[in-house]
Design a protein around this ligand. Structure first.
Ligand SMILES: [Zn+2]
Length: 126
């Protein structure tokens, strides 16, 4: 499961960061996950529970914020969201189209690949 290794490296980074403070409790960790990463929220939450077991993060809530895909077209200068197609075989799956919705040209993905920790809600020792 791809999510486990991603969550595990994020959790390690969070724990390293928390080492700088006198943290008594972690209430929640907020992640930003781009829509292009193909990371499932349910799988992330499940992986988080496993990975944080026996760490200071155990019992804290994982909050996931999605980052929608944004494209920049090199031909016409279009900047904005990607067109999303719904897979006819799996209606719950949506497939982003990475060509320009205006002119069909090649685009650069400017947003949607994020996979980072946005913030943490912690309680520190007085
Ligand atoms: Zn274009």
């Amino acid at each position: 499961m791809h999510e486990v290794s991603v969550v595990s490296s994020l959790v390690n980074a969070v724990i390293a960061e928390l080492g700088k403070y006198k943290v008594t409790k972690v209430n929640s960790v907020t992640l930003i996950i781009g829509d292009l990463t193909n990371l499932g929220e349910e799988q992330m939450t499940f992986a988080y529970e496993i990975v944080t077991r026996d760490t200071i993060l155990e019992g804290s809530e994982l909050i996931i914020e999605r980052e929608p895909i944004e494209l920049l077209c090199s031909s016409c200068g279009y900047e904005g969201p990607a067109r999303i197609l719904t897979d006819p075989d799996y209606s719950s799956h949506s497939i982003p189209v990475l060509s320009c919705p205006e002119c069909g040209g090649q685009t650069k993905v400017v947003k949607g690949m994020a996979c980072t920790v946005r913030c943490m809600d912690i309680e520190e020792e007085e």
